[in-house]
Design a protein around this ligand. Structure first.
Ligand code: ZN
Length: 563
């Protein structure tokens, strides 16, 4: 591993494709005569090869998102994207060769079962014969992204896109919220036929891809694409039923309390964001203040998190404040050759700024803790496990919220807790919807909307769209990006939140213990599967009936203190 420079000092150098090709070929040649030690050595060299390429590609990606107007960086991005399938094909060939090797047992002995599982899963989900389908799928995803991004909505004398309009759904004035909601669904109504067409084509292409690879439909393929090696659709169905049984009634009670606090006869869709009847609290001070307070928080939390955050600051592994030309959103990524993570966000003065410092830094802390893992596959765990680290950190940092919100800290925690719990039924609705869609790939747009409405009644019985015609006829889900572009991913947030809430409950009973257990699940990274990590962290399996009832009782008591 190279000495870790600061972000600004990291130098981008294009890795020549020809050179990579000959290195891949050389490794494959050596595999023919490799013995038990040789195969381990080859796996290490292959990791180095991929790590070098991935580090450069990520460096370019980060610089591109920091300034999307930089034409040199953008051109290089295009170049890298174009050669990606070729490199993936070489990696697939390598995985197949390693798996078929007479000494593959020594790979398992050296690196553990998880390396074999991840390679097996990767080769079962890719074949050159689906390359055309994959290309079509990404074209359709882009059509969805572009269509949503194309929204130009006139509101209060200004023009907004859909995410810009979002702020008015948090406004104190009910009429403004109603108008903003109305404008939002006017957009969806206007583009409804197009949104239906894109989704219909996506579903058909995913079904066809699954058939090509020998699966009965897209569901088992999707689970493999998400590297879900130790649970399946039946386990997920048990969890959804638990949410319906235990969380929906509590969320319904909270919604009724919200209606009372707002002083309205009927709680409508445009009222939902004001969880305690008021707009969310805002952090005090500017970005520098938030960073200084974050440093203090992580140093007080534990020596490990303190060391981590000081390192992030020293090496400037952040780009936090919103500015012209910067891409939207927030994320955490990593430069594997340097063993360091990077956090990107768009601070805009809302409570989200503080949540970036807890959520994304939770991801970053885990990644940094896994920096000595020997394989690229092990630097990050699977997606649902990743979110335990981030969402868990949001709860572990509750006692420091006074630093950011002062007297409004209790309200911040209250709103955060309600948000975390009421999210669970929504996440289940999104998940059950997709199981329906891909079990019935030919059912068509009308049947899909009908199913969504049925699921809303099951999981979100308080939803009242009033005069929002398009939404009341089952069109709401078309605004959920994951349903189009990241199929079956959404339940990962429910799984992780079920674990993160356990961390919160434990931290109220025994703070030291909760912190110790959290620290235990960071260094293993991807070397353990989801359920193994859950065990390592002393957490209960979220697929076991009964896990949620205890959490729900604790959360209800906690929120009841404020509401
Ligand atoms: Zn996350």
């Amino acid at each position: 591993m190279a000495a870790a420079p600061s972000f600004a000092e990291m130098e981008y150098r294009r890795v020549p494709l020809e050179e990579m090709k000959s290195q891949h070929e050389a490794l494959r040649q050596q595999l023919h005569s490799a013995d038990a030690n040789g195969i381990v050595e080859i796996a290490r060299k292959w990791t180095q090869l991929r790590s070098r390429y991935e580090t450069m590609s990520t460096l370019n990606q980060v610089r591109y998102t920091i300034d999307t107007r930089d034409t040199v960086v953008k051109e290089e991005r295009k170049f890298l994207d174009d050669q990606e399938p070729t490199i993936e094909e070489w990696n697939t060939v390598m995985r197949r060769a390693l798996l078929a090797h007479p000494h593959r047992a020594s790979l398992e002995k050296q690196f553990g079962r998880q390396f074999i599982s991840s390679m097996e899963t990767a080769v079962q989900t890719f074949d050159p014969k689906i390359a055309e389908h994959l290309k079509k799928q990404s074209d359709l995803s882009m059509q969805y992204t572009d269509l949503i991004a194309s929204a130009r909505i006139e509101f209060e004398g200004k023009t907004y896109n859909l995410s810009g309009l979002e702020q008015f759904l948090h406004d104190e004035r009910r009429e403004i919220r109603h108008q903003a909601a109305f404008k939002r669904y006017e957009f969806f109504k206007t583009h409804g036929a197009e949104l239906d067409r894109i989704y219909d084509e996506l579903v058909k292409i995913r079904h066809a891809m699954a058939k090509e690879l020998g699966y009965p439909n897209f569901i088992p393929l999707a689970y493999k694409l998400l590297f879900r090696t130790d649970y399946g659709p039946n386990d997920v169905a048990v969890l959804r039923e638990e949410v319906r049984k235990h969380v929906v009634p509590l969320a319904t009670r909270w919604r009724e309390r919200q209606r009372q606090l707002l002083g309205v006869d009927e709680l409508c869709w445009w009222d939902l964001k004001l969880l305690d009847g008021k707009p969310a609290p805002r952090p005090q001070g500017d970005a520098d203040t938030i960073i200084q307070n974050t440093a203090r928080m992580y140093n007080e939390l534990s020596p490990q998190t303190g060391e981590f955050f000081d390192m992030m600051r020293k090496r400037e592994l952040f780009d936090l404040v919103t500015k012209e030309g910067k891409a939207g959103g927030g994320y955490c990524t990593s430069f594997s050759d340097f063993g360091v993570p990077f956090v990107f966000s768009n601070f805009n003065g809302t409570k989200g700024d503080v949540e970036v410092m807890t959520h994304e830094c939770g991801h970053a802390f885990q990644c940094w803790s896994s920096r000595n893992q020997p394989l690229l596959e092990y630097r990050w765990p699977t997606y649902e496990a990743c979110e335990i680290h981030s969402m868990g950190m949001e709860f572990l940092t509750y006692p420091w919220m006074e630093l950011f919100f002062g007297a409004a800290a209790e309200r911040f925690r209250l709103v955060h807790m309600i948000e975390s719990v009421v999210f669970l039924p929504y996440g289940c609705a999104v998940d059950e919807f997709q199981h329906f869609v891909y079990s019935n790939p030919d059912c068509g747009p009308e049947a899909r909307k009908k199913e969504w409405s049925t699921l809303e009644k099951k999981y979100l019985p308080w939803v009242n769209y009033g005069d929002l015609e398009y939404a009341s006829k089952g069109g709401f889900w078309q605004g959920q990006l994951h349903i189009y572009n990241a199929p079956f991913y959404y339940i990962d947030y429910v799984l992780a939140q079920t674990c993160a809430l356990q961390i919160w409950k434990k931290s109220r009973e025994n703070r030291e213990r909760a912190l110790q257990d959290y620290m235990a699940i960071c260094p293993p990274g991807g070397s353990q599967s989801f359920l193994q990590l859950v065990k390592t962290g002393g957490l209960r399996n979220p697929f076991e009936p009964g896990v949620l009832s205890g959490i729900v009782a604790e959360a209800e008591g906690y929120v009841g203190k404020f509401l």
